[in-house]
Ligand binder design. Structure first.
Ligand SMILES: [Zn+2]
Length: 180
């Protein structure tokens, strides 16, 4: 995978990942399809297929370089999350502490709506919904931290918590070779 200048802080290693752009992506019942006459399904910006080593991005992102970078970085961090159990554990501990202090907000909508949808017991039981939230939270956070995005309409996490996440990123990811 060719390194983009914005990825200079981290070296990603592994088999090639194919990145495809497709028009008007929509997801319906967990399946990704192109939007045609069928109006069902929610609009999505991107999807990753880990075993197929494929990232599909909505071609509308080609008109917004900054947003395209943020979404692509988010998707690449899905591969990091998949390959790094120690980082998953560390990040889970960090988020566990945020829940103890009832920290609101997130670093992106993908994590935010999942956080808002969590039910009592999800965190303590490490439920599937909580684990999916954790993964999206990691990907949203790392994308912003990697690209130096501190202001964005989707960033709602308080500054104090953002600082702690930045320390996590610097301690566990920055300057590393990460398997994807
Ligand atoms: Zn995601």
């Amino acid at each position: 995978m060719a390194a983009s200048p914005c990825f200079k802080l981290i070296e990603f290693t592994g088999q090639a990942i194919l990145i495809e752009f497709r028009p008007r992506l929509r997801a319906h019942r967990g399946k990704l399809g192109e939007h045609g006459s069928d109006e069902r399904g929610a609009e999505v910006h991107a999807a990753s297929f880990l075993h197929r080593r494929l990232i599909i991005l909505d071609s509308a992102l080609l008109r917004n370089k900054r947003e395209c970078e943020r979404i692509l970085a988010h998707e690449i961090f899905h591969f990091v999350w998949w390959k790094a159990p120690a980082i998953r554990t560390e990040y889970g501990s960090l988020i566990g502490r945020e829940f103890i202090t009832a920290t609101p907000g997130e670093m992106g909508w993908s994590a935010d709506w999942r956080k808002q949808a969590l039910r009592a017991g999800d965190v303590a039981n490490n439920s599937r919904a909580f684990r999916e939230y954790l993964c999206e939270s990691f990907c949203d956070s790392c994308a912003c931290l990697l690209l130096g995005i501190s202001r964005h309409e989707e960033i709602t996490l308080p500054a104090s918590a953002r600082k702690i996440r930045r320390h996590f990123f610097e301690a566990n990811l920055a300057g590393r070779r990460l398997k994807v």
